[in-house]
Design a protein around this ligand. Structure first.
Ligand SMILES: *Cc1c(COP(=O)(O)O)cnc(C)c1O
Length: 475
């Protein structure tokens, strides 16, 4: 596909601007170079962007089973409501009295999230999951410092954790202690007991974890940490599996973030915008970022908690994401919300049951919202790696699942179908997976060559990430 600068001709242009009706001012200094704009007609311009958008694969194009990412359908009604003028025609510096409706949205969302998580207070400021983790860890830090417990410098993170967990802990100034998972994919209790001590600031955990297993020892785990004087942080990115069924607060967690752009059906991918609200138990609420929304007699105002860690983001966070997420929540209501989790878990188990007739599961047990296959055996036998199966899927119009994560599983493919896919779609996708498995044995070269029908074939992903060309080279 040609780039826009390679299209058109010098005498073509768009004249969308009306004639100038104010005095013209020219800059004293001449530009060293003339302005280099594309020379295309409106027709060519719209075609160009349509072609670009055709090359993107999103939820509206087909199955998108990214494990650990919860790519589910985003109802269009949420977009329509978030676009209402009352939500878009406001200014963040407007006084609270003139934006009562928007403050009510924030307040209602905070209250709903408290109930869903079993926690006492929420901030909607953090812009993503990782940002929420960082904020939550600052709350834990503020708590220990407030109690003059300066020795607590270590955060315990299991080896199955999402990569953002140890990174956020380091960013917040903690040392990270890694503990191994047992063969069942759960936290090794003995390793946890050996790791805690007077230097333990807390634990970061997601449950179900990133291999899709709900840790049956969760109450014991949070108790071990509390007895040692630490606090428990819940990575709520996997909440889709337990929405309306189990609450982090009841599992013994003191703080958690949720990913509105995952569990609460707001679009994500390609960099956002997202929202990673952070909730906490009452004893941490006084450290939350400010301002928070407070309600008294039907009036809303902003207040800053007494020992606030300060702002973590400008204004009220990604407000439009909050509006969409609240709309999603209210559309489902309390009765329907648990069905999200139930169907997400059912779908994942359905696909797992069909695929394990050929593929090897990393943990051969019931899963929660996602499951991990290990292609190590297939790779040894046929030379076909997880990467080759992923590339083969592309020729069938299917977005590959998450590859090579979590790191504790070799040749991993991690599949999360979500509750919004039908049995018919999942059957089609399973048929393709099973067909590729046979192809690995009968015609491996075809899979080494895949993809054949995509705009580009196999790319040098490292070079693309390290040496991204983001500017047109005119010379
Ligand atoms: C997605 C995810 C995160 C990070 O969330 P971002 O919004 O991408 O920063 C953290 N933990 C888990 C388990 C996740 O799936």
């Amino acid at each position: 596909m040609k780039l826009i600068f390679e299209k058109g001709a010098p005498d073509q242009h768009l004249s969308l601007l009306p004639a100038c009706d104010v005095p013209e001012v020219s800059f004293k200094e001449e530009r060293a170079l003339p302005l280099r704009l594309p020379h295309v007609s409106e027709n060519e311009l719209t075609r160009h962007y349509k072609q670009l958008s055709d090359r993107v694969h999103g939820m509206n194009d087909g199955f998108y089973p990214l494990g650990s990412c919860t790519m589910k359908y985003n109802p269009k009604i949420d977009e329509e409501l978030a676009a209402l003028p009352g939500f878009t025609q406001i200014h963040p510096l407007q006084s609270a009295e003139t934006a009562q409706g928007c403050l009510e949205v924030l307040h209602t969302m905070e209250k709903n999230l408290c109930e869903i998580t079993g926690l006492d207070a929420f901030t909607l400021q953090p812009a993503a999951g990782a940002h929420g983790e960082f904020t939550g860890l600052l709350l834990i830090k503020a708590y220990h410092v407030h109690h003059k417990d300066f020795a607590r410098t270590k955060i315990i993170v299991p080896d199955s954790a999402h990569g953002t967990n140890p990174a956020s802990a380091r960013m917040a100034g903690f040392d990270v202690v890694n503990i191994p998972s047992g063969p069942d994919g759960c936290v090794d209790l003995e390793a946890l007991k050996a790791a805690v001590g007077p230097d333990t600031a807390g634990l970061m955990l997601t449950n179900p974890n990133t291999v899709g297993i709900f840790d049956k020892n969760i109450l014991k785990i949070t108790e071990i940490i509390h007895k040692a004087g630490g606090l428990c942080y819940y990575d709520g990115a996997n909440l889709n599996a337990v929405l309306g069924v189990v609450r982090p607060g009841d599992m013994g967690f003191d703080a958690c973030h949720l990913n509105l752009h995952k569990s609460f059906a707001t679009p994500h991918g390609g960099g956002g915008p997202g929202a990673g609200p952070v909730g906490c138990k009452a004893e941490l609420a006084q450290f939350l970022p400010g301002p928070q929304v407070e309600e008294k007699g039907g009036k809303y105002k902003f207040v800053t908690p007494k020992y606030s860690i300060g702002r973590v983001r400008g204004f009220a966070g990604n407000f439009d994401v909050v509006v969409k997420a609240l709309c999603y929540l209210l559309t489902l209501g309390k009765e329907e919300l648990p069905h999200v989790a139930e169907n997400a878990v059912l779908n994942a188990n359905y696909m797992m049951a069909r695929l394990k007739t050929s593929y090897t599961m990393a943990y051969d047990t019931f899963c929660m919202h996602e499951f991990v296959m290990s292609l190590e055996g297939l790779h040894k036998e046929t030379g076909i790696a997880a990467m080759d199966i992923a590339k083969g899927l592309l020729d069938h119009g299917i977005h590959p699942p998450t590859m090579y994560f979590p790191l504790i599983v070799h040749e991993a493919l991690m599949i999360e179908p979500c509750e919004t896919e039908s049995k018919e779609i999942m059957d089609e996708v399973c048929d393709v997976f099973l067909q590729l498995f046979e192809e690995a044995k009968t015609n491996p070269q075809a899979l080494h060559d895949a993809p054949l029908h995509t705009p580009v074939r196999r790319l040098d992903e490292v070079a693309a990430a390290r040496h991204a060309i983001v500017r047109y080279n005119f010379d």
